[in-house]
Design a protein around this ligand. Structure first.
Ligand code: LLP
Length: 424
Protein backbone atom coordinates (compact mmCIF):
# COMPACT_ATOMS: atom_id res chain seq x y z
CA UNK A 1 0.00 0.00 0.00
CA UNK A 2 1.40 3.39 -0.95
CA UNK A 3 0.31 6.93 -1.65
CA UNK A 4 1.33 7.20 -5.31
CA UNK A 5 -1.82 7.27 -7.41
CA UNK A 6 -3.31 8.63 -10.61
CA UNK A 7 -5.74 11.49 -10.36
CA UNK A 8 -7.11 13.61 -13.23
CA UNK A 9 -4.99 11.59 -15.64
CA UNK A 10 -1.64 12.19 -13.97
CA UNK A 11 0.52 10.64 -11.23
CA UNK A 12 0.44 12.12 -7.75
CA UNK A 13 2.48 11.54 -4.61
CA UNK A 14 -0.16 12.19 -1.95
CA UNK A 15 -1.62 15.55 -3.07
CA UNK A 16 1.31 16.74 -5.17
CA UNK A 17 1.47 16.18 -8.93
CA UNK A 18 4.72 14.48 -9.92
CA UNK A 19 4.75 16.54 -13.14
CA UNK A 20 4.85 19.71 -11.03
CA UNK A 21 7.87 18.49 -9.04
CA UNK A 22 9.54 17.50 -12.31
CA UNK A 23 9.00 21.01 -13.67
CA UNK A 24 10.30 22.70 -10.55
CA UNK A 25 13.16 20.38 -9.58
CA UNK A 26 14.11 18.85 -12.93
CA UNK A 27 14.56 15.16 -13.65
CA UNK A 28 15.69 12.67 -12.62
CA UNK A 29 14.78 12.74 -8.93
CA UNK A 30 13.69 10.48 -6.11
CA UNK A 31 10.32 11.20 -4.55
CA UNK A 32 9.28 9.82 -1.15
CA UNK A 33 5.84 9.92 0.46
CA UNK A 34 5.62 10.74 4.17
CA UNK A 35 2.19 9.10 4.52
CA UNK A 36 3.63 5.87 3.11
CA UNK A 37 6.70 5.96 5.37
CA UNK A 38 4.44 6.53 8.37
CA UNK A 39 2.00 3.86 7.34
CA UNK A 40 4.70 1.22 6.89
CA UNK A 41 6.20 2.02 10.27
CA UNK A 42 2.84 2.02 12.00
CA UNK A 43 1.68 -1.27 10.47
CA UNK A 44 4.93 -2.94 11.55
CA UNK A 45 4.85 -1.44 15.05
CA UNK A 46 1.18 -2.37 15.52
CA UNK A 47 1.80 -5.95 14.41
CA UNK A 48 4.55 -6.35 17.02
CA UNK A 49 2.44 -4.70 19.67
CA UNK A 50 -0.62 -6.82 19.03
CA UNK A 51 1.54 -9.94 19.30
CA UNK A 52 2.48 -8.67 22.75
CA UNK A 53 6.16 -8.14 21.89
CA UNK A 54 8.12 -5.47 23.74
CA UNK A 55 9.95 -4.05 20.72
CA UNK A 56 12.23 -1.23 19.63
CA UNK A 57 12.27 -0.65 15.89
CA UNK A 58 15.67 0.56 14.72
CA UNK A 59 15.30 1.68 11.10
CA UNK A 60 18.22 0.28 9.05
CA UNK A 61 19.62 3.59 7.85
CA UNK A 62 21.54 1.93 5.04
CA UNK A 63 18.29 1.51 3.10
CA UNK A 64 17.74 5.26 2.97
CA UNK A 65 20.05 7.44 5.05
CA UNK A 66 18.49 10.77 4.19
CA UNK A 67 18.17 12.79 7.41
CA UNK A 68 14.55 13.72 6.71
CA UNK A 69 13.61 10.06 6.25
CA UNK A 70 15.39 9.00 9.45
CA UNK A 71 13.74 11.88 11.31
CA UNK A 72 10.28 10.96 10.03
CA UNK A 73 10.69 7.58 11.70
CA UNK A 74 12.38 9.03 14.79
CA UNK A 75 9.32 11.21 15.37
CA UNK A 76 7.24 8.04 15.46
CA UNK A 77 9.53 6.61 18.13
CA UNK A 78 11.96 4.65 15.96
CA UNK A 79 15.63 4.18 16.66
CA UNK A 80 18.30 3.49 14.05
CA UNK A 81 20.49 0.59 13.04
CA UNK A 82 23.76 1.98 11.67
CA UNK A 83 26.78 0.36 10.07
CA UNK A 84 29.34 3.16 9.88
CA UNK A 85 30.40 6.35 11.63
CA UNK A 86 28.73 8.21 8.78
CA UNK A 87 25.37 6.57 9.44
CA UNK A 88 25.78 7.04 13.19
CA UNK A 89 26.42 10.75 12.72
CA UNK A 90 23.51 10.95 10.28
CA UNK A 91 21.14 9.30 12.80
CA UNK A 92 22.27 11.60 15.62
CA UNK A 93 21.90 14.64 13.36
CA UNK A 94 18.39 13.48 12.47
CA UNK A 95 17.50 13.50 16.15
CA UNK A 96 17.59 9.80 16.99
CA UNK A 97 18.54 9.50 20.68
CA UNK A 98 21.81 7.59 21.22
CA UNK A 99 19.85 5.32 23.54
CA UNK A 100 17.97 4.01 20.51
CA UNK A 101 20.93 3.37 18.20
CA UNK A 102 22.33 -0.07 17.41
CA UNK A 103 25.68 -0.37 15.62
CA UNK A 104 26.00 -3.38 13.28
CA UNK A 105 28.59 -4.09 10.60
CA UNK A 106 31.31 -6.54 9.87
CA UNK A 107 34.31 -4.19 9.82
CA UNK A 108 33.98 -1.48 12.45
CA UNK A 109 37.26 0.37 12.87
CA UNK A 110 38.78 1.27 16.23
CA UNK A 111 37.89 4.87 15.56
CA UNK A 112 34.27 3.96 14.86
CA UNK A 113 34.09 1.89 18.05
CA UNK A 114 35.57 4.77 20.05
CA UNK A 115 33.04 7.17 18.58
CA UNK A 116 30.08 4.85 19.30
CA UNK A 117 31.22 4.16 22.86
CA UNK A 118 31.74 7.87 23.52
CA UNK A 119 28.20 8.60 22.29
CA UNK A 120 26.76 6.00 24.68
CA UNK A 121 24.66 4.17 22.10
CA UNK A 122 22.21 1.43 23.04
CA UNK A 123 24.10 -1.59 21.76
CA UNK A 124 26.98 -2.71 19.57
CA UNK A 125 26.52 -5.91 17.58
CA UNK A 126 29.90 -7.60 17.57
CA UNK A 127 30.73 -9.67 14.51
CA UNK A 128 34.06 -11.33 15.36
CA UNK A 129 36.40 -12.15 18.23
CA UNK A 130 39.04 -9.59 17.25
CA UNK A 131 36.29 -6.95 17.22
CA UNK A 132 35.21 -8.10 20.68
CA UNK A 133 38.76 -7.74 22.04
CA UNK A 134 39.13 -4.30 20.46
CA UNK A 135 35.80 -3.05 21.78
CA UNK A 136 36.65 -4.31 25.25
CA UNK A 137 39.93 -2.36 25.17
CA UNK A 138 38.28 0.78 23.84
CA UNK A 139 35.43 0.82 26.38
CA UNK A 140 37.53 -0.28 29.36
CA UNK A 141 40.07 2.47 28.61
CA UNK A 142 37.26 4.98 29.18
CA UNK A 143 35.99 3.19 32.26
CA UNK A 144 32.74 2.34 30.45
CA UNK A 145 30.81 -0.86 29.98
CA UNK A 146 29.20 -1.28 26.57
CA UNK A 147 26.08 -3.46 26.24
CA UNK A 148 26.69 -5.84 23.35
CA UNK A 149 25.11 -8.52 21.22
CA UNK A 150 27.17 -11.11 19.44
CA UNK A 151 25.88 -11.51 15.92
CA UNK A 152 25.41 -15.22 15.39
CA UNK A 153 25.30 -16.83 12.01
CA UNK A 154 22.57 -19.49 12.25
CA UNK A 155 23.52 -21.19 8.95
CA UNK A 156 20.08 -21.07 7.39
CA UNK A 157 19.30 -20.39 3.77
CA UNK A 158 17.17 -17.26 3.49
CA UNK A 159 16.12 -18.22 -0.04
CA UNK A 160 16.92 -14.77 -1.38
CA UNK A 161 19.39 -13.38 -3.96
CA UNK A 162 22.92 -14.70 -3.31
CA UNK A 163 24.32 -11.17 -3.01
CA UNK A 164 21.98 -10.28 -0.14
CA UNK A 165 21.88 -13.52 1.83
CA UNK A 166 23.90 -13.24 5.01
CA UNK A 167 23.05 -16.13 7.34
CA UNK A 168 24.87 -19.05 5.72
CA UNK A 169 28.11 -20.26 7.21
CA UNK A 170 30.09 -19.39 4.10
CA UNK A 171 28.94 -15.75 4.41
CA UNK A 172 31.27 -13.26 6.08
CA UNK A 173 28.74 -12.26 8.75
CA UNK A 174 28.55 -13.07 12.43
CA UNK A 175 30.07 -15.78 14.52
CA UNK A 176 29.46 -19.35 13.60
CA UNK A 177 26.52 -20.67 15.41
CA UNK A 178 28.44 -23.61 16.85
CA UNK A 179 31.07 -21.33 18.42
CA UNK A 180 28.71 -18.78 19.92
CA UNK A 181 28.82 -20.17 23.44
CA UNK A 182 32.57 -19.96 23.68
CA UNK A 183 32.60 -16.39 22.38
CA UNK A 184 29.92 -15.31 24.87
CA UNK A 185 32.00 -16.85 27.66
CA UNK A 186 34.96 -14.79 26.48
CA UNK A 187 32.80 -11.65 26.34
CA UNK A 188 31.60 -12.27 29.88
CA UNK A 189 35.18 -12.46 31.10
CA UNK A 190 36.31 -9.27 29.37
CA UNK A 191 36.16 -5.79 30.92
CA UNK A 192 34.30 -2.98 29.14
CA UNK A 193 31.64 -5.16 27.53
CA UNK A 194 28.50 -6.77 28.84
CA UNK A 195 26.83 -9.41 26.67
CA UNK A 196 23.10 -8.77 27.04
CA UNK A 197 21.76 -9.65 23.63
CA UNK A 198 21.92 -11.97 20.62
CA UNK A 199 21.82 -10.49 17.11
CA UNK A 200 20.68 -12.46 14.10
CA UNK A 201 20.04 -11.13 10.59
CA UNK A 202 19.86 -13.74 7.85
CA UNK A 203 19.34 -11.73 4.69
CA UNK A 204 17.22 -9.21 2.88
CA UNK A 205 14.05 -9.34 0.74
CA UNK A 206 12.84 -12.58 2.35
CA UNK A 207 9.50 -13.66 0.94
CA UNK A 208 8.91 -16.71 3.16
CA UNK A 209 8.63 -17.11 6.92
CA UNK A 210 10.29 -20.52 7.20
CA UNK A 211 13.90 -19.28 7.17
CA UNK A 212 13.03 -16.80 9.93
CA UNK A 213 11.36 -19.56 11.96
CA UNK A 214 14.37 -21.83 11.57
CA UNK A 215 16.81 -19.10 12.61
CA UNK A 216 14.68 -17.98 15.58
CA UNK A 217 14.45 -21.53 16.93
CA UNK A 218 18.22 -21.67 16.91
CA UNK A 219 18.32 -18.36 18.74
CA UNK A 220 15.90 -19.83 21.27
CA UNK A 221 18.22 -22.79 21.94
CA UNK A 222 21.11 -20.40 22.32
CA UNK A 223 19.26 -18.24 24.86
CA UNK A 224 18.71 -21.34 27.03
CA UNK A 225 22.36 -22.39 26.78
CA UNK A 226 23.72 -18.93 27.50
CA UNK A 227 21.42 -18.39 30.45
CA UNK A 228 22.55 -21.75 31.81
CA UNK A 229 26.11 -20.43 31.47
CA UNK A 230 25.17 -17.45 33.64
CA UNK A 231 24.88 -14.91 30.83
CA UNK A 232 21.92 -12.61 31.29
CA UNK A 233 20.41 -12.46 27.80
CA UNK A 234 17.62 -9.93 28.02
CA UNK A 235 17.41 -8.50 24.51
CA UNK A 236 17.12 -10.18 21.12
CA UNK A 237 18.01 -8.27 17.95
CA UNK A 238 16.27 -10.08 15.11
CA UNK A 239 17.62 -7.93 12.28
CA UNK A 240 15.60 -6.87 9.25
CA UNK A 241 14.94 -8.72 6.05
CA UNK A 242 11.18 -8.84 5.58
CA UNK A 243 10.58 -8.47 1.84
CA UNK A 244 8.30 -6.11 -0.08
CA UNK A 245 6.40 -6.63 -3.35
CA UNK A 246 8.41 -5.39 -6.35
CA UNK A 247 6.50 -7.43 -8.91
CA UNK A 248 4.12 -10.27 -8.09
CA UNK A 249 5.79 -11.54 -4.90
CA UNK A 250 3.57 -11.84 -1.84
CA UNK A 251 5.88 -11.41 1.14
CA UNK A 252 4.48 -12.29 4.56
CA UNK A 253 2.44 -9.65 6.34
CA UNK A 254 4.07 -8.09 9.43
CA UNK A 255 1.32 -9.71 11.51
CA UNK A 256 2.32 -13.21 10.39
CA UNK A 257 5.98 -12.37 11.01
CA UNK A 258 5.14 -11.13 14.52
CA UNK A 259 3.23 -14.34 15.22
CA UNK A 260 6.29 -16.43 14.28
CA UNK A 261 8.34 -14.44 16.78
CA UNK A 262 5.72 -14.75 19.46
CA UNK A 263 5.57 -18.52 18.94
CA UNK A 264 9.33 -19.06 18.81
CA UNK A 265 10.69 -16.48 21.27
CA UNK A 266 7.74 -14.75 22.91
CA UNK A 267 7.97 -16.49 26.28
CA UNK A 268 11.63 -15.70 27.00
CA UNK A 269 11.00 -12.37 28.71
CA UNK A 270 13.27 -10.53 26.27
CA UNK A 271 13.02 -7.06 24.82
CA UNK A 272 13.13 -7.25 21.01
CA UNK A 273 15.04 -5.07 18.58
CA UNK A 274 14.19 -5.03 14.89
CA UNK A 275 16.23 -3.53 12.08
CA UNK A 276 13.85 -3.22 9.12
CA UNK A 277 15.06 -1.19 6.17
CA UNK A 278 13.38 -2.09 2.91
CA UNK A 279 10.03 -2.83 4.55
CA UNK A 280 9.76 0.73 5.82
CA UNK A 281 11.02 2.67 2.81
CA UNK A 282 10.89 0.45 -0.30
CA UNK A 283 7.41 1.23 -1.53
CA UNK A 284 7.49 4.77 -0.16
CA UNK A 285 9.76 5.96 -2.97
CA UNK A 286 9.76 6.29 -6.73
CA UNK A 287 12.44 7.40 -9.16
CA UNK A 288 11.11 9.89 -11.70
CA UNK A 289 12.88 10.19 -15.02
CA UNK A 290 12.16 11.64 -18.44
CA UNK A 291 12.63 10.04 -21.79
CA UNK A 292 15.55 11.60 -23.64
CA UNK A 293 14.77 9.82 -26.88
CA UNK A 294 13.20 6.76 -28.37
CA UNK A 295 15.62 4.71 -30.44
CA UNK A 296 14.43 2.07 -32.85
CA UNK A 297 17.09 -0.66 -32.91
CA UNK A 298 17.03 -3.41 -35.50
CA UNK A 299 15.33 -5.83 -33.10
CA UNK A 300 14.28 -3.69 -30.15
CA UNK A 301 12.86 -0.33 -29.24
CA UNK A 302 14.88 1.51 -26.59
CA UNK A 303 13.46 4.16 -24.32
CA UNK A 304 16.59 6.08 -23.34
CA UNK A 305 15.83 7.83 -20.07
CA UNK A 306 17.76 10.42 -18.07
CA UNK A 307 18.16 8.20 -14.97
CA UNK A 308 20.82 5.52 -15.07
CA UNK A 309 22.48 2.67 -13.22
CA UNK A 310 24.44 5.17 -11.14
CA UNK A 311 21.14 6.52 -9.77
CA UNK A 312 19.44 3.15 -9.20
CA UNK A 313 21.95 0.30 -9.20
CA UNK A 314 19.63 -2.57 -8.25
CA UNK A 315 18.65 -3.75 -11.76
CA UNK A 316 22.25 -3.88 -12.98
CA UNK A 317 23.60 -5.27 -9.70
CA UNK A 318 21.00 -7.89 -8.81
CA UNK A 319 18.88 -8.14 -11.97
CA UNK A 320 16.22 -6.61 -9.74
CA UNK A 321 12.74 -5.93 -11.09
CA UNK A 322 11.27 -2.46 -10.66
CA UNK A 323 7.85 -1.54 -11.95
CA UNK A 324 7.83 1.20 -14.61
CA UNK A 325 4.83 3.37 -15.30
CA UNK A 326 4.12 6.58 -17.20
CA UNK A 327 3.43 9.73 -15.20
CA UNK A 328 0.58 10.59 -17.60
CA UNK A 329 -2.06 7.96 -16.89
CA UNK A 330 -2.37 5.61 -19.87
CA UNK A 331 -5.75 5.60 -21.57
CA UNK A 332 -7.79 2.50 -20.83
CA UNK A 333 -7.16 -0.07 -23.52
CA UNK A 334 -4.03 1.73 -24.83
CA UNK A 335 -1.94 -0.71 -26.87
CA UNK A 336 1.18 -1.98 -25.14
CA UNK A 337 4.51 -2.46 -26.88
CA UNK A 338 7.66 -4.21 -25.72
CA UNK A 339 10.50 -1.83 -25.03
CA UNK A 340 13.89 -1.83 -23.29
CA UNK A 341 14.20 0.99 -20.78
CA UNK A 342 17.85 2.02 -20.61
CA UNK A 343 19.97 4.81 -19.16
CA UNK A 344 22.67 6.87 -20.88
CA UNK A 345 25.66 5.23 -19.11
CA UNK A 346 28.16 3.49 -21.35
CA UNK A 347 27.46 -0.07 -20.22
CA UNK A 348 25.00 -2.64 -21.45
CA UNK A 349 24.17 -3.32 -17.79
CA UNK A 350 22.68 0.17 -17.63
CA UNK A 351 19.27 -1.32 -18.35
CA UNK A 352 16.23 -0.91 -16.10
CA UNK A 353 13.99 -3.33 -17.97
CA UNK A 354 14.12 -5.59 -21.00
CA UNK A 355 11.12 -6.32 -23.20
CA UNK A 356 8.79 -4.52 -20.79
CA UNK A 357 5.24 -3.99 -22.04
CA UNK A 358 4.46 -0.29 -21.79
CA UNK A 359 1.95 2.08 -23.40
CA UNK A 360 3.28 4.31 -26.17
CA UNK A 361 5.63 7.02 -24.90
CA UNK A 362 7.61 9.76 -26.60
CA UNK A 363 10.72 11.81 -25.99
CA UNK A 364 10.02 14.29 -23.20
CA UNK A 365 7.46 12.09 -21.45
CA UNK A 366 7.94 11.34 -17.76
CA UNK A 367 8.03 7.87 -16.29
CA UNK A 368 8.46 6.48 -12.80
CA UNK A 369 10.28 3.45 -11.45
CA UNK A 370 8.46 1.97 -8.48
CA UNK A 371 9.66 0.60 -5.16
CA UNK A 372 12.76 2.75 -5.34
CA UNK A 373 12.76 4.08 -1.77
CA UNK A 374 15.14 1.41 -0.41
CA UNK A 375 18.71 0.99 -1.60
CA UNK A 376 18.10 3.49 -4.40
CA UNK A 377 19.57 6.89 -3.56
CA UNK A 378 21.53 5.08 -0.84
CA UNK A 379 23.56 3.15 -3.40
CA UNK A 380 23.91 5.82 -6.04
CA UNK A 381 27.22 7.05 -7.40
CA UNK A 382 28.54 9.71 -9.75
CA UNK A 383 29.71 7.24 -12.40
CA UNK A 384 30.08 8.95 -15.80
CA UNK A 385 30.43 12.21 -13.79
CA UNK A 386 26.69 12.37 -13.38
CA UNK A 387 25.61 14.49 -10.40
CA UNK A 388 23.74 12.66 -7.62
CA UNK A 389 20.06 13.30 -8.17
CA UNK A 390 17.78 15.26 -5.84
CA UNK A 391 15.57 13.64 -3.25
CA UNK A 392 12.14 15.10 -2.59
CA UNK A 393 9.83 14.39 0.33
CA UNK A 394 6.09 14.92 -0.04
CA UNK A 395 3.72 15.45 2.86
CA UNK A 396 0.10 16.04 1.94
CA UNK A 397 0.00 19.01 -0.43
CA UNK A 398 3.60 20.07 0.37
CA UNK A 399 6.91 18.91 -0.87
CA UNK A 400 10.50 19.76 0.01
CA UNK A 401 13.83 19.03 -1.61
CA UNK A 402 15.62 17.02 1.07
CA UNK A 403 18.80 16.60 -0.92
CA UNK A 404 19.74 19.10 -3.59
CA UNK A 405 21.32 18.31 -6.93
CA UNK A 406 24.98 19.33 -6.68
CA UNK A 407 26.45 21.63 -9.30
CA UNK A 408 29.37 20.47 -11.40
CA UNK A 409 31.55 22.82 -9.34
CA UNK A 410 30.33 21.12 -6.16
CA UNK A 411 31.24 17.78 -7.66
CA UNK A 412 34.77 18.95 -8.44
CA UNK A 413 35.27 20.76 -5.17
CA UNK A 414 37.25 18.03 -3.43
CA UNK A 415 39.59 17.53 -6.37
CA UNK A 416 42.76 19.51 -6.97
CA UNK A 417 45.58 19.51 -9.46
CA UNK A 418 49.04 18.77 -8.05
CA UNK A 419 51.64 21.50 -8.60
CA UNK A 420 53.27 19.70 -11.52
CA UNK A 421 50.00 19.65 -13.44
CA UNK A 422 48.74 23.14 -12.73
CA UNK A 423 49.10 26.00 -15.19
CA UNK A 424 50.87 28.49 -12.91
N1 LLP B 1 20.31 -5.39 9.63
C1 LLP B 1 21.46 -5.81 9.08
C2 LLP B 1 22.54 -6.29 9.94
C3 LLP B 1 21.61 -5.78 7.68
O1 LLP B 1 22.74 -6.20 7.13
C4 LLP B 1 20.54 -5.29 6.87
C5 LLP B 1 20.67 -5.22 5.41
C6 LLP B 1 19.37 -4.85 7.51
C7 LLP B 1 19.29 -4.92 8.89
C8 LLP B 1 18.20 -4.31 6.75
O2 LLP B 1 17.66 -5.28 5.93
P1 LLP B 1 16.27 -5.05 5.16
O3 LLP B 1 15.18 -4.97 6.20
O4 LLP B 1 16.40 -3.80 4.38
O5 LLP B 1 16.13 -6.24 4.29
N2 LLP B 1 21.36 -3.49 -1.38
C9 LLP B 1 20.53 -4.67 -1.31
C10 LLP B 1 20.11 -4.99 0.10
C11 LLP B 1 21.27 -5.16 1.05
C12 LLP B 1 20.86 -5.43 2.47
C13 LLP B 1 22.02 -5.37 3.39
N3 LLP B 1 21.73 -5.55 4.76
C14 LLP B 1 19.33 -4.49 -2.23
O6 LLP B 1 19.20 -3.43 -2.87
O7 LLP B 1 18.50 -5.39 -2.37
Amino acid sequence: MNHFHYSNGTLFAEDVAIARIAREVGTPFYCYSTATLERHYTVFAEALKSAGLDATICFAAKANPNMAVIRTFAQLGAGADVVSEGELRQALAAGVPAARIVFSGVGKTRHELEFAVAKGIFQINVESEPELEMLSEVAAARGLVMPIAIRVNPDVDAGTHAKITTGKKENKFGIEWTRAREVYARAKALPGVEPVSIACHIGSQLTELDPFREAFLRVRDLVAMLRADGIDIRRLDLGGGLGVPYDDETPPEPKAYAEVIKASLGDLGCRFIFEPGRLLVGNAGILVSSIIRVKEGSTRTFLIVDAAMNDLARPSLYDAYHSIFPVAEPKAGAPLAEVDVVGPVCETGDTFARQRRLPPMRAGDLLALGTAGAYGAAMSSTYNTRPLIPEVLVKGADYAVIRARPSYEDMRSLESLPGWLSDD
